[in-house]
Structure formats: C-alpha cells, structure tokens
Design a protein around this ligand. Structure first.
Ligand code: NDP
Length: 448
C-alpha cells in the first residue's frame, strides 16, 4: 500500500473489515483515497461529516435469484445484482455486466468508480452498477431473452427514469437491453424510455451511444496528446478486447490518423500490420457474434497469437478496452520500454496499482478509466435528455456534444492536477475533481 494520510488509512482499514474478500472494490477505494490527502486538509468538514465513510458505503445493495430455462428445458439459477451507490448528483446511473466472473466485489468496484466518473461528466447522474454471473457466450437468442426477462422481473421494482437507470457493459449490448426493456414495459404497463439507455435507434435510443465510450476515450487521449504538442497522426496503436468499446476506439483512432495494428479477446490476439479492418471486426463481432480469430479467414496476412499478450507488441498508444487488471506492472514496464507515449483506459480499472505507478513515474499521458471512458455514460445522459424532450438529434450534433464533454473532462482533470501540484497526473485530477463535487452535494443534503 502506498502512504495514506492517517485518518484515511483508518477509513480504508474499516472498508477492508466491512467488505471482506471484495478485492476489486478494495483496489478501487484505495486508488481514490490515495488522492484525497490534500483535499481533506483543505476541507476538514469532509472528515467531520464522515463524507468518505458514507461514499464508501452503497446507499442500497440488491441481490436476487434469477431462474431461467435453456432451450432443452433444463433449469439454471444465476445471481443478479444492483448496487445503488450514490444519488447525490442524480438518479443512479451505470451499466449491467453479464459475465461468469461477476460477484458483489466486482459490481461494487464498478459502482464506486461510476460515482466519480458520472460527476466528471458534469451531468445530473448518480452512481450505480449491476449485473449477473450469467454468461451470454454460446447461448441462443431465446436463452438470452429468457434470462433477461427473468432478470428484469425482479429488477423492475428497483429502477425508473427518476430512480435508477441501467445501461450496458460487458456482455450487455443492444440485444440484451431490448429484451429487458420489453419485459419492463410489459410488467409496468409504461413506455418509459428513460428507464434504460443503450436502446435501439427505432425505439428511443440515441445515435452515437454505441460508439460513445470508444470515441470518447480516443478524444480524451487526443486532448492529452495536444497538451504535449502531439497527435494521433501516424501513431501505432494497440486496443485490447474486440467488443463494443474496442471496436469504436479502433474506428476513431483511424479517423484521427493513427494506425491500430492489434486487438484481442480472452482467447488470443490478432495482429494486422497494415492496420485493422474495423468494418470486418464489426461484421464478425456485432452481426455474426464470432471470435476475433476468424479475422484471419478474411485477411490471410494477419497473424493470430493464441493466448498471446497484446502488451508485448511495440506501440506508441495503448488503449486497454477489455476488462479490469489486464495490464500488470510487468506489462506496463514493457509498454514504456517499447516507447509507449500514452495509455487511455476504455475499460474500467484495466491497470493494476503497480502498472499505474509505472505509467505515472514514466510521466506518459495516462488517462484513467473514470475520466477517459466517461463518454459512454455521458452519451447515455444525452439519450435521457432526448427521451425527456421526445426528440432525437443527428449523429453529427451528438458527436460534437460528446467531443465537447470529453474536452471539458480533460480540462477539469488537467486543471485540478495543476492546482494540486502534479500537472498532467490525470489520476489525481480525476479523483479529486470527481470527489469534490459529490462531497459538496452530500454536505448540502445533510446527514442522509
Ligand atoms: P463487450 O462485452 O462488448 O466486450 C468485452 C471485450 O473484452 C471482449 O472482447 C471480451 O473477450 C474481452 N474480455 C472481457 N472479459 C475478459 C477477460 N476476463 N479477459 C480477457 N478479455 C476479456 O464489453 P464492452 O466493450 O462494453 O466493455 C469493455 C470494458 O469497457 C469493460 O471494462 C467495461 O466496464 C468498460 N466500459 C464499457 C462501457 C460501455 O459503454 N459499454 C462504458 C465504460 C466502460 P471475450 O469475448 O473473449 O470475453
């Protein structure tokens, strides 16, 4: 553990004691507390009013049984979660993750990060997260539908456009949101567009929402490169994962003049030195739901490395866009040694604490997830705005709004890092700027 202020250390030890075994949650809390030492010196009322202890304790945690039947009639039981973490700035907002690794500690780390991320967007949204240990991989559409219907049959009573607004995350895309929206509508007898985001375009969705997290992360790093009088132009880039965030990160990097030469999934890495064919990846992953290995069937010159480590490939910009803790200390050292100038986290907490330290010590442009990938939730908030106005904006207008939001987040994080004496340390900037706004709202709301 790095040095924590004595009072913050007591708070952290209490978090460890109260939440045993939730290692990802501990990691996310520690990373924020490490930035807050100078903030509590400046604002002693945060300690007096136990704001940090309160932020670390979710307002509400819901855990429920999700029974469903597969195509052969066999019964399966999964576990569903919704953690409503903090509603100081608006209704709880954050995605649902369907992945076999999901347990309470993962949902709490994601929900905790979401509080500060949503604060950074400047939009009226609180923090929450949910999901299930259900694995949609290899399931038929009907099986996924039955699972989603069962999941929503419990979740519906906890959510609503002014209460809690879920969206997608790993394993939850347009198909799953569609099935859940259908079941919500059926149970409540309400066509309530604002209850879920990431909806289909024909029934209340927003243009740019599918693209938003990847585009946003690329915009953030573009701003960080500008500070260094640099740009994506001609840069060799790596993007891990090949899901929603990865695909649109690759697309935007190419639009900004970079060349993305590799992406991955949990089985291996595909390398195309000519630059990845993003339209083919969209077809394989979004339409046909196939594996990234199949890229080679269409581009024989590409290389597939089974169980490969993408971070061993030399690059100038790395955009981790798969999952938590996918870059360890050794990977970070390899990246820096190979000349990496910038790392933009499309994924949530993809770098271990040892890896973060390597990036900060090397003073590369390092955009942590809670700042760099905030474009997804910000565009969800734009979807909510359009739903409230019963309006739909053009792709161009929505993308311009997203780019401005990312520029503002970058500016806020940069200026905060300067104010606290560590210019360019976006970890410090994001944690402090995200925290202060929530803390001030909590002080204003009294002891609730
Ligand atoms: P998808 O399900 O669309 O894609 C996930 C990708 O990451 C897949 O290629 C998957 O490979 C890979 N992956 C997932 N888990 C693992 C693992 N344990 N090991 C190796 N690879 C893995 O999810 P998203 O693209 O939506 O999400 C990716 C990341 O971005 C997550 O960290 C998510 O929290 C974060 N994020 C997403 C947002 C969004 O709007 N969707 C918003 C902000 C952050 P495989 O198919 O083999 O599992």
């Amino acid at each position: 553990m790095s040095k924590l202020d004595e009072k913050l250390e007591t708070i952290y030890n209490d978090v460890l004691k109260r939440n045993p075994g939730e290692t990802e949650f501990h990691q996310a809390v520690l990373e924020v507390l490490e930035s807050l030492g100078p903030v509590v010196v400046k604002n002693p009322q945060y300690l007096e009013r136990k704001i940090i202890e309160r932020i670390c304790e979710p307002e509400r945690q819901i855990i429920f049984r999700v029974p469903w039947q597969d195509d052969k009639g066999n019964v399966h039981i999964n576990r569903g979660f919704r953690v409503e973490f903090n509603s100081s700035l608006g209704p709880y907002k954050g995605g649902l993750r369907f992945h076999p690794s999901v347990y309470l500690g993962i949902i709490k780390f994601l929900g905790f990060e979401q509080i500060f991320k949503n604060s950074l967007t400047g939009m009226p949204i609180g923090g929450g997260k949910g999901g299930s240990d259900f694995d949609p991989k290899g399931k038929s559409d009907d099986e996924v539908m039955r699972f989603c219907q069962s999941f929503m049959t419990e979740l519906y009573r906890h959510i609503g456009e002014h209460t809690d607004v879920p969206a997608g995350d790993i394993g939850v895309g347009g198909r799953e949101i569609g099935y859940m929206f259908g079941q919500y509508k059926r149970i409540t007898n309400r066509w309530e567009a604002g209850v879920l985001t990431g909806k289909g375009l024909k029934w209340g969705g927003s243009l740019v929402r599918p693209d938003a997290t990847g585009y946003g992360a690329t915009f953030f790093i573009n701003e960080a490169l500008k500070v260094r009088k640099d740009s994506f132009d001609g840069k060799t880039c790596l993007v891990s994962g090949s899901g929603n965030v990865a695909i649109y990160t690759i697309e935007k990097i190419h639009q900004l003049g970079g060349k993305c030469i590799a992406c991955s999934d949990s089985n291996g890495v595909i390398v195309d030195e000519k630059g990845l064919d993003v339209e083919l990846i969209k077809q394989l992953k979004e339409v046909e739901r196939r594996r990234i290995q199949d890229y080679q069937t269409y581009h024989k010159h590409a290389k597939y490395i089974a169980s490969g480590n993408i971070w061993d490939i030399p690059c100038q910009v790395a955009m981790p866009s798969a999952t938590q803790n996918e870059i360890n200390g050794k990977d970070a050292m390899t990246l820096v040694k190979n000349g990496c100038l910038a790392v933009g986290e499309g994924a949530n907490m993809p770098t271990t604490p040892e890896g973060v330290k390597v990036f900060l010590d090397a003073k590369i442009a390092y955009g942590p997830g809670k700042a760099a990938n905030a474009g997804g939730v910000a565009t969800s908030a734009l979807e909510m705005q359009q739903n409230a106005q019963r309006d739909s904006w053009t792709f161009e207008d929505t993308e311009v709004k997203l780019e401005h939001i990312m520029q503002n987040i970058h500016k806020l994080c940069y200026e905060t890092s300067e104010e606290y004496g560590a210019p360019g340390n976006y970890v410090l900037g994001a944690n402090i700027a995200g925290f202060v706004k929530v803390a001030d709202a909590m002080v204003a709301h009294g002891l609730v």
